[in-house]
Design a protein. Structure first.
Length: 625
């Protein structure tokens, strides 16, 4: 063994990595990060492998939490050179599918997304499939679920009389099936239509799936007129019925542009726990045909929304049957030029990536973004209603907090205010992982002046559990929780605990801090960090978010009432009784402002002179709505 070999053996792993980094070329490619067991934990692409990989092993101070966690687990890496950044992007997609690394953001169960397949047969079938076969068949999708595919197929079957069977078509069958007799199949099995006529039906299906339904209408209109000219009135009537059904569907589609533009609209929603949902809307020939949502796995709370959209675009359009000429995005994509070039190659034509700031495209993005938020929340609610998962979440939470029993009843507190005004607190209750809204409580903070969340929280906790100790209270007030959860950090935890100690109550208590989703418990300086995919974390976030929503809603209502009261009270001659009568008659300050002087004067106790004064004062005030 030479001296050089001995020196090499003494080198630290960090020195070896630095030498390997120095040996890398500034060329495009893909890199695979591996942990100590040799498992691939992250796959990435780079225009310059040397520059990208060096960034992982430089200063950690500028890294986000997810990247720091990734770097802490890297024991080795591997690189694969490519000739172009586009080739690196394609290879990255393939390797992510192969290894499914836990630090990559991925489409949930992307391997099983279904498609609609139009088979390559003399008399094609229109069927659902999860496997793409390169046999000349045409595919449309992917769809987010089998249910979405079957709903589309049900619509197509009502509109177009293609065959639903899988028998060999010879045209000599002795009798047709029920679909033929109810007008849902053209009957190629008995020779009722020729192969050319049947192909025309399938061509209409293709046009409809491509969003070109107007072309279908034009073709059917021409076919109906031709049948009528030939005195084939039965056939003309059948085509007329198909035409009406398609026109009915078209009337339900929302026209969003005055042109024949086609593009996809993409927006993302993220939950406090890092879950993410991408919603994609399909605009074809100026009409919004619909939208679908896709859940993403591996996303973290600190992942930029643009990074999530980038991962979705790469994975979705790698398997999509068609690529539109434009993607309208809520956020810019990472490495957008490379992705645009890759999409253009897949489409065999240019693809624009746009992030609109205003106009109807921006309005579309905002509409699709609202759908993404709603669908993500629906997913979270369905998750919570799964009894097994909820029980597991409670067990994980009890274990993390060192509790000797499951926190079957959780009471969570939050404070809401605006610059020290209308300070309120909320308490929400979850039993067995589900909200129990009958036990929710609101608190108008009475003893605290100015902005002091700690004191406000202390007052709310004191009032809640003081009533629990009273024998005169209802069963809901007397029920004690298995866990008190506070929205906040160490300060809020300390204030709430002081209130419990003052009352002589020894209840398990924890605080959930928003910034890093860390749990704090008494007498422990370091926070408890639940795994990002922990079901316990999902549960406490849901409880905390509900407390925040309830507090904010109450605060807004209080602020609105306060605004109304102050505006009317500033008008000479308006006391509590007249204010009450005015609001009963007109509903709000804005309703009073829009009323005529005669209508205001008709309110009991309001003279015409006072009505004129009210009208003048409110018009001059122009209070915010």
């Amino acid at each position: 063994m030479t001296l050089d070999m001995v020196r090499d053996m003494r080198k630290t792993s960090e020195q070896v990595i630095q030498e390997r980094l120095a040996a890398l070329e500034p060329a495009p490619g893909v890199y695979l990060m591996k942990d100590a067991q040799g498992r691939v934990i992250y796959v990435g692409k780079a225009s310059s492998l040397r520059q990208r990989l060096r960034s992982y092993f430089s200063s950690h101070s500028s890294m986000d939490a997810k990247t720091r966690e990734l770097v802490s687990q890297i024991a080795d890496f591997e690189v694969i050179r490519t000739d172009t950044p586009t080739e690196a992007l394609i290879l990255e997609n393939e390797l992510i599918k192969r290894y499914r690394p836990r630090f990559n953001i991925m489409l949930r169960d992307d391997k099983t997304y279904p498609f609609i397949r139009i088979t390559n047969e003399p008399f094609p079938r229109v069927i659902a499939t999860r496997r793409i076969v390169r046999d000349g068949s045409r595919y449309f999708g992917p769809y987010p679920s089998a249910g979405a595919v079957h709903r589309t197929l049900d619509l197509l079957k009502r509109l177009f009389p293609y065959r639903a069977c899988d028998i060999e078509i010879t045209g000599t069958a002795s009798r047709a099936c029920l679909y033929y007799h109810i007008g849902r199949c053209a009957g190629p099995c008995i020779g009722a239509v020729s192969q050319e006529e049947y192909r025309g039906i399938i061509d209409n299906v293709v046009l409809f799936l491509e969003g070109r339904a107007e072309a279908v209408v034009a073709r059917l209109q021409a076919a109906m007129e031709e049948a009528a000219e030939r005195l084939e009135f039965e056939r003309a009537a059948r085509i007329r019925d198909e035409l009406r059904a398609i026109q009915h569907v078209l009337q339900q589609q929302k026209i969003v542009t005055g042109t024949d533009e086609s593009f996809d609209v993409l927006a993302v929603a993220q939950s406090a726990g890092g879950d993410a949902c991408v919603q994609i809307g399909f605009v074809r020939n100026g009409k919004l045909l619909g939208s679908e949502h896709y859940l993403m796995v591996g996303a973290r709370i600190d992942d930029p929304p643009g990074a999530i959209l980038t991962s979705f675009v790469q994975q979705y359009y790698a398997q999509a049957s068609t690529v539109p000429p434009e993607l309208v995005l809520q956020h810019p994509l990472d490495d957008g030029e490379t992705i645009a070039a890759w999409l253009a190659a897949r489409r065999d034509g240019p693809v624009r990536l746009t992030v609109p700031d205003d106009g109807f495209r921006r309005e579309l993005v905002e509409m699709i973004a609202k759908s993404a938020v709603q669908n993500l929340e629906q997913h979270r609610v369905r998750w919570l209603n799964d009894e097994q998962r909820t029980t597991l979440a409670l067990e994980e939470l009890a274990d993390a907090l060192g509790m000797d029993r499951l926190p079957r009843r959780i009471e969570c507190f939050d404070v809401s205010q605006l610059q020290g005004t209308n300070v309120v607190a909320s308490m929400v209750v979850f039993e067995h992982g589900k909200p129990k809204k009958s036990d929710y409580r609101k608190f108008q903070i009475k003893t605290v002046e100015g902005q002091d969340d700690y004191a406000a929280l202390r007052e709310a906790v004191l009032r809640r559990y003081r009533r629990a100790l009273s024998a005169e209270q209802t069963e809901a007030w007397q029920a004690l929780p298995d866990l008190v959860l506070i929205d906040g950090g160490k300060g809020q935890l300390s204030a709430a605990r002081e209130a419990l100690v003052e009352l002589g109550l020894d209840l398990p208590i924890a605080a959930l801090a928003k910034e890093h989703e860390e749990l704090y418990i008494p007498d422990q300086s370091e926070p408890i960090v639940l795994p990002r995919d922990s079901q316990a974390l999902f549960l406490v976030q849901r409880v905390r978010d509900e407390a925040h929503r309830f507090a904010v809603t109450f605060h807004r209502a209080r602020r609105t009432r306060s605004t109304i009261r102050s505006l009317l009270d500033e008008i000479p001659g308006i006391g509590p009784r007249r204010r009450r009568e005015l609001l009963r008659r007109f509903g709000s300050v804005e309703g009073i402002r829009q009323a005529s002087i005669e209508e205001i004067a008709a309110v009991p106790g309001i003279s015409r002179a006072l009505a004129e004064r009210i009208k003048k004062e409110l018009d001059e005030a122009r209070a915010p709505r």
